[in-house]
Design a binder for this molecule. Structure first.
Ligand code: SF4
Length: 234
């Protein structure tokens, strides 16, 4: 479940990147390339930590993951999808029982409603299959740009970058973007990240933010990016 308001239109400004480029384009491109290379070395197989057994189960897991941890979602979905393997099974389960299945997750009432509605829309409009393009994904209830990007990247290998709270924070600290608007940050990253890293950069930044560059106590002393980062507190 996503607030589409988060991703409102805003003029894209690559603040730090553009100004730094004026002073020395090569060095800034080099710094970004080095950030990507080191993250790749640290997280060579960066991928989602959500567990799933089907494309449909993954979409449901991403919707459930809003404002909660992947660990919590995995706990719930492993049980839910043991009983309900297909969209038909979820529809047969019904709203009340679905709410009961996911009640340990925050906002479970609304999330259950979105899951029922998106499952129905999937069946009626896409024959139960997950669409592979953004506008169709975003037409589904509870699916905003971030969820669509996660699905396009993870399930269909597309070079799109999903901006969550970790990507937002780490991008700012590393001066990859100076915006706090997820769409602007996504566009900034889209422009400055070399093509060969685009498919993995979202997950690399998520993992780096989750385990190293944490919100409250970033582990700068042990960070592989410390001399590339002005925010370094180590
Ligand atoms: S040096 Fe610190 S603030 Fe910078 S990326 Fe590493 S952990 Fe984050």
């Amino acid at each position: 479940m996503e607030s589409s308001g988060i991703y409102h239109n805003e003029k894209v400004v690559i603040a730090g990147f553009v100004s730094n480029c004026r002073d020395g384009a090569m060095s800034e491109f080099g710094r970004v390339e080095t950030v990507c290379r080191r993250l790749m070395r640290q997280f060579p197989n960066a991928k989602t930590e959500l567990e799933y057994m089907s494309e449909y189960a993954f979409l449901v897991a991403v919707v459930l993951s809003a404002q909660t941890t992947d660990v919590q979602v995995n706990r719930v979905t492993s049980e839910l999808f043991r009983k309900c393997k297909t969209p038909d099974d979820i529809m047969a389960l019904g709203l009340e029982k679905l709410q009961n299945e996911i009640k340990s997750i925050g906002l479970y009432r609304n999330k259950a409603k979105f899951i029922m509605r998106l499952t129905q829309a999937l069946q009626e409009e896409y024959g139960g299959k997950i669409p592979q393009n953004r506008s169709q994904l975003e037409s589904l209830p509870g699916v905003g740009r971030k969820t669509a990007n996660v699905v396009l990247n993870t399930l269909f290998g597309q070079d799109v970058i999903a901006v969550d709270t970790h990507v937002l924070r780490v991008s700012k600290r590393l001066d990859l973007s100076r915006s706090t608007n997820p769409l602007v940050v996504e566009m900034d990253l889209e422009r400055i990240i070399p093509k060969k890293y685009k498919r993995l950069i979202g997950n690399m930044l998520v993992l780096h933010g989750r385990y190293v560059c944490k919100a409250k106590r970033p582990d700068c002393a042990n960070c592989v990016l410390r001399e590339l980062c002005n925010w370094n507190v180590g």
